[in-house]
Design a protein around this ligand. Structure first.
Ligand SMILES: O=C(O)CCC(=O)N[C@@H](C(=O)O)c1ccccc1
Length: 366
């Protein structure tokens, strides 16, 4: 596939409500979009990097610079998604930047051939059950109101962000208010250390699906030690940046569940490799989220339909984060999102909305 040019576009997307995690509070998303143009199609990729390097070392301006100076120039004149991964491999890190570019190439390639992401990736379902991520709140009553709202919208799983000082009380309150049967999990975003093991073991009383990334992203051995001291299944997110990391984590017993985020691992091809590896080991995976717009959300929903994605993902409806999405909104129906069936990611930006939220565009000819 010949690439005639690539656009990098920055958009400002206000969130419907502040989203607080153990590493900070988001009130708006400064999103970098990549558009790959070929003679007979164009493809879109969304870079999930945040404005600041708080979730990982990547951030939007840094991703744009890596794409502009190194990754885009490294692409051959004619390339497909697999060739893109090979061309970008020599560059260390910058996985979210790489993921955006590879996804845009893959989207253009699949739109041209008429194949959907779901079909290309090997989806086994036409809709996926959806969980929702609930941020740290100022009070327990506020949290319970939020959870009640999401449950009434039909979300099939609740994920609570936790941190030291906001963990046992919110989990206990949700269990006491909504009962023992609501699928419930927690996400620490690396806020604890192994010395907190006795405290984290108190979460075992609440029959959680999992505890996500309790320790630092490079604490693979310590996660294995923690997993032996608590009964709640350990799920890794930030620690798993590749299929090799997943293999190491499974071998070490550092996790029994993996949150697969294509942005974190460099794209959908590597995400599928992790899915396949985990499935071969009987390890469940679920699709994580990075507050994506409908562009990234569409591709994530296709991935979440693969057979090894046996736990509900953070694939929420567009309205969970945005009053107006840049694509036709993803809407929850009976706790599920439909998997886009059209060519490529199966959705297109609504140009007027996209132009309204655009803060800059940059065209790179080939
Ligand atoms: O539903 C979503 O898209 C967000 C899910 C979620 O909680 N993402 C968290 C995470 O740590 O997984 C996150 C939020 C913001 C930035 C990075 C990560």
């Amino acid at each position: 596939m010949k690439i005639t040019g690539i656009e990098m576009r920055r958009i400002a997307m206000p969130l419907v409500a502040p989203f607080r995690t153990s590493f900070g509070t988001e009130t708006a998303r400064d999103v970098l979009l990549v558009r790959v143009v070929t003679p007979d199609s164009e493809g879109w990729g969304e870079c999930a990097a945040m404005s600041e390097p708080l979730y990982s070392s990547e951030y939007a301006d840094g991703a744009a610079e890596a794409l502009r100076r190194f990754l885009i120039p490294a692409l051959p004149a004619r390339v497909d998604a697999f060739g893109t991964g090979r061309a970008l491999a020599p560059f260390k890190g910058h996985r979210m930047a790489k993921a955006a570019l590879e996804t845009a190439v893959l989207d253009a390639q699949l739109r041209s051939s008429g194949q959907s992401f779901a079909s290309f990736l090997g989806a086994a379902a036409e809709r996926v059950p959806c969980g929702v991520s609930v941020g740290i709140m100022d009070s327990i009553p506020e949290l319970l109101d939020a959870v009640e709202g999401y449950l009434s919208e039909g979300y099939v799983r609740i994920k609570l962000k936790i941190q030291p000082g906001w963990d046992l009380a919110p989990v206990r309150a949700v269990r006491e208010r909504f009962g023992p049967d609501v699928p419930l999990q927690v996400d620490a975003n690396a806020a604890y250390t192994l010395t907190d093991a006795p405290h984290l073991a108190k979460l075992d009383a609440f029959d959680l699906l999992l505890i996500e990334q309790p320790l630092a992203n490079d604490d693979m051995v310590q996660h294995a030690a923690l997993a032996r001291r608590i009964t709640t299944p350990v799920c890794l997110d930030e620690s798993i940046e590749s299929a090799e990391h997943a293999a190491a984590a499974i071998t070490l017993g550092a996790c029994s569940i993996i949150n697969v985020k294509p942005a974190r691992v460099g794209g959908y091809l590597e995400a599928r490799r992790i899915h396949d590896l985990a499935r071969a080991h009987g390890v469940a995976v679920w699709c994580g989220g990075m507050l994506e717009t409908g562009i990234g959300r569409a591709a994530n929903v296709a991935l979440a339909a693969l057979p090894g994605f046996t736990l509900p993902g953070d694939t929420s409806a567009s309205r969970r984060y945005f009053a107006t999405d840049i694509t036709p909104p993803f809407e929850l129906r009976d706790g599920h999102l439909n998997v886009p069936a059209g060519p490529g990611i199966g959705v297109d930006p609504v140009q007027d909305i996209l132009d309204e939220v655009t803060t800059s565009t940059e065209w790179i000819t080939r």
